[in-house]
Design a protein around this ligand. Structure first.
Ligand code: PLP
Length: 414
């Protein structure tokens, strides 16, 4: 086989239908978030404003977090040199797991090298070890949950997005004695909508199911201590397992689950993507621990974020820009065409020093391509004004009619 020709063909196909991914090369500048240095393709550098980071609270640059990480490197070195089982369990890991269990009011927690791996490990293991298990999965669940469910080998049923009645219908058709898991998210990362957690728990309870909630885009941001939407709505005790990331609002890297001790113990002992991999670097654990402790004690930053989100949303709406009116901190502008979305993003970066990555297939469905804007507590009103006027200018230049047409196509596809 001519392997090179085959790979070239794949790349050409992706370029033609707008799926080919190009990365903006950025250099984050500690203390200056959301400003970053962009290394342009022509070799020059330019300061840009980042509007699409998941470092939602800027904890990735918080002085306390950085100090904890520096201290940890000085004390413990860089890596752990082992799996959790073979010399790789450091004190920082244990302290972090205790802190996470407390954050969610659960008996235990377990950390992984990413949120993606957390979902793979937890759902993959639970679906496998529960005999004849059936998993009910929201139609919009993240790829990591889908992969975990697939790997578990369990029977899977997909319920319509955020639709407890459909979940009930599907669950009612399954033998009441079979073990069941209902897997869903709180804040959906691309549409910024929020699950009806209480109603989904009611259905799960009625059918005797375990509830599994991905709060990756909510931890740190909602609830009195940043425990997520379940904490905000007083529902954490109705969720069996809460899964989260250390890489977004906590600004570092890694993922975790929290839940009943016995269940955490089973996943710790049986999940291959936990067992057969080197544990998280101690300084990552130390940084995340400090970030969580900080976030727990500082609701003011969540309030500032919420204020900025409301402020930017109303500025976008007042400017006549097509932003989705979401109940969360995620503000998507649906473009509906992969090439156009990339083109708008490139123009924003090159002409206005504004970085918003285009979100294309497979992250969202074809026809749902979008700019996903994520304000932080550090974006100022001046940043917001620049963003709104830049999007308006690029839209005027490209012709809003082209954008409106592709959005109409996207709405039609919904
Ligand atoms: N779950 C959801 C809903 C996500 O959006 C993501 C990543 O964006 C993950 C899990 C994976 O988290 P991480 O980036 O820590 O791997």
């Amino acid at each position: 086989m001519d392997y090179t020709a085959w790979f070239q063909k794949l790349l050409t196909e992706m370029k033609l239908d707008g799926r080919y991914r190009t990365f903006a090369e950025l250099e984050r500048i500690a203390g200056a978030f959301p400003t970053a240095r962009w290394h342009r393709p022509d070799g020059e550098t330019q300061q840009v404003t980042v509007w699409c980071s998941n470092d939602y609270l800027g904890m990735g640059q918080h002085p306390d977090v950085l100090a904890a990480m520096h201290r940890s490197i000085d004390l413990s070195g860089a890596g752990t040199g082992g799996t959790r089982n073979i010399s790789g369990t450091n004190r920082q890991h244990v302290a972090l797991e205790t802190e996470l269990a407390d954050l969610h009011g659960k008996e235990g927690a377990l950390i992984f090298t990413s949120g993606w791996i957390s979902n793979l490990a937890a759902l993959g293991t639970l679906g496998r070890v529960l005999p004849d298990c059936v998993i009910f999965s929201d139609a919009q669940n993240h790829n990591s949950m889908i992969e975990g469910i697939r790997r578990s080998g369990a029977e899977k049923h997909i319920f319509r997005h955020n639709d407890p009645a459909h979940l009930d219908e599907l669950m009612s058709a399954v033998d009441p004695d079979r073990p069941k898991i209902v897997a869903f998210e709180s804040v959906y990362s691309m549409d910024g909508d929020i699950a009806p957690i209480a109603a989904i728990c009611d259905v799960a309870d009625k059918h005797g199911a375990i509830t599994y909630l991905d709060e990756v885009h909510a931890v740190g941001l909602y609830g009195p201590r940043g425990g997520g939407i379940a904490e905000r709505d007083g529902l954490a005790d109705r969720i069996t397992i809460i899964e989260g990331t250390l890489a977004k609002a906590f600004g570092v890297m890694g993922g975790y689950i929290s839940g009943p001790a016995v269940l955490i113990d089973v996943i710790r002992s049986m999940a291959d993507s936990f067992i057969f991999t080197t544990s998280l670097c101690p300084h990552l654990a130390a940084g995340a621990l400090t970030a969580i402790q900080h976030v727990k004690m500082h609701p003011d930053e969540r309030k500032r974020l919420a204020h900025n989100v409301a402020c930017l949303k109303s500025m976008l709406i007042n400017a006549g820009l097509p932003v989705l009116d979401t109940p969360s901190h995620i503000l998507p502008i649906i473009v509906g065409d992969a090439h156009l979305c990339r083109h708008i993003s490139e123009r924003l970066l090159a002409d206005h020093a504004i970085y918003v990555q285009p979100i294309n297939y497979p992250t969202v469905a074809r026809g749902q391509e979008r700019l996903r804007i994520t304000p932080s507590p550090f974006h100022t009103e001046a940043h917001m004004r620049s963003l709104v006027s830049a999007i308006s200018a690029v839209g005027d230049d490209l012709g809003w009619s082209a954008i409106e047409q592709s959005r109409a196509k996207a709405r039609h596809a919904c």
